[in-house]
Design a binder for this molecule. Structure first.
Ligand code: UGC
Length: 271
């Protein structure tokens, strides 16, 4: 009997070479990393020695690829600095230093805190989901490792990240709050694309935009906004995010993905 512990959908034939693997004490995650950003399924065959605590994924996680698209030409997206204004078409940014001048505020904590009110929405539209299964608000933590394999350093400190996936959470906002990073750091890159009304509201990747984000900025993707999986940058190792999203456990309603071949490129710099 096999357990599905991590499920991505293949977008190339290598998946057919995937062997069902016996879990030893290696982390199957390393196995997943041998694939590029595509979708694969990794099964395990529990053995008597398999101790659940060694299983990195205690439950199956289905990412549903709704489309695989070929790009006829390379798309290069120059990243811009993230600000509430520059990101407004895709969602919301909260960053105390930027919003303390503009947000509605009140006193709190017996006068020892300034409370910035309603700096970003929290949306749960799961009542409109086909399954009718209501989602719960979940705080998850994403420990993001910079995808060094997909970032190439060019001349003049230019970095180019190649991404191949855009995804959306059709019925929920998703907020990423970086933890433990300084306002002075360029800590992560977010990539978003508008819907293409002429193509089933799939991403209009030619109009995608990218944003370099500081360590004190949080982003909220509006419900249904196409975005790339989080891209941590820099040389400080992993970047942890507290992530708020509504999930009902129905894969196609929690997260839909579009996979591109070849990928799109995002240029950014650390200076
Ligand atoms: N790809 C991926 O993990 N996306 C996350 O936003 C998620 O939890 O769905």
């Amino acid at each position: 009997m096999f357990h599905l512990i991590f499920s991505y959908y293949p977008n190339y034939s290598a998946f057919s070479e995937l062997r069902v693997m016996r879990v030893k004490k290696i982390c199957p995650y390393k196995y997943i990393q041998t694939f590029t950003q595509t979708h694969i399924q990794v099964y395990i065959q529990p053995t008597t020695t398999t101790n659940p605590q060694f299983l990195p994924f205690h439950h199956s996680r289905i990412m549903v690829v709704i489309k695989e698209l070929s790009l006829s030409s390379c798309i290069l997206i120059p990243a811009q600095p993230l600000t509430p204004k520059s990101f407004a078409k895709f969602g919301y940014v909260f960053s105390a230093d930027e919003q303390i001048q503009t947000a509605k505020t009140s006193n709190a904590n017996q006068g020892t805190a300034v409370k910035l009110l309603k700096v970003a929405p929290v949306v749960n539209n799961s009542s409109h989901a086909p399954s009718g299964k209501l989602a719960t608000a979940n705080w998850n933590i994403f420990r993001c490792t910079p995808p060094k394999k997909y970032i190439v350093r060019k001349e003049h400190d230019q970095q180019v990240y190649t991404g191949r996936v855009l995804e959306r959470h059709p019925y929920s906002t998703q907020t990423f709050v970086p933890m433990g990073r300084d306002a002075s750091e360029k800590a992560f890159v977010v990539i978003c694309a508008p819907n293409d009304p002429n193509f089933d509201n799939l991403p209009l990747v030619e109009k995608a935009e990218a944003f370099v984000c500081r360590g004190d900025q949080s982003v909220t993707y509006a419900a249904g906004t196409w975005h790339a999986p989080m891209v941590a940058i820099g040389s400080k190792g992993h970047l942890d995010f507290a992530v708020l999203v509504h999930e009902n456990g129905v894969p196609n309603e929690d997260c839909q993905e579009v996979v591109y071949s070849p990928g799109f490129e995002v240029s950014f710099s650390y200076s």
